[in-house]
Design a protein. Structure first.
Length: 159
């Protein structure tokens, strides 16, 4: 059995901004915790022992990681399957056969609305790993895939 290579579509650029803002938030929380530790942990032999590594990690989280993470996402909808690929260190390629789909959600939080992207959440049959989330696509694309899957599911029940 040979698997056909499916060309993947990258996420919308707006998702990069969403990832960056969430990363900045996480970096600020990390830095706040490091500053608090510097202030409240007694007996540190050197000032900055906690803050310096936290600052380097926060820099990585906020500046370098978002772009790398965003570039590692891709998706394709073939009509019969949804392909979602992601992962910086561990690459994951998930294939969801349309006929296994139970229901579909299109969701947007405040940041996603601000940058014009949405999440497609596909729930499948099964008890473990029974949903796939595709973030960072346009709302129109998410609704188009949702409607195509809904149509395929509806017509499969009438065959």
């Amino acid at each position: 059995m040979t698997l056909a290579i499916v060309p993947l579509t990258p996420l919308e650029r707006g998702q990069l901004h969403v990832i960056r803002l969430r990363a900045i938030r996480n970096a600020l929380v990390l830095l706040a915790a490091a500053v608090a530790a510097e202030i409240f942990v007694p007996g540190l032999p050197v000032r900055g022992l906690i803050l310096a590594p936290a600052l380097l990690l926060a820099l990585w989280i906020a500046v370098f990681a978002p772009g790398r993470s965003w570039r590692r996402w891709g998706y394709a909808f073939t009509g019969s399957e949804l392909h979602v690929e992601y992962g910086l260190f561990t690459r994951v390629h998930t294939i969801v056969p349309v006929l296994r789909v139970q229901h579909i959600d299109v969701a947007q939080d405040v940041l996603e609305r601000l940058f014009g992207v949405a999440r497609l959440i596909v729930h499948t049959a099964g008890s473990e790993n029974n949903f796939v989330v595709l973030p960072g696509i346009s709302r129109d694309a998410a609704e188009g895939i949702r409607d195509a899957i809904r149509e395929r599911i509806g017509s499969a029940g009438h065959d």
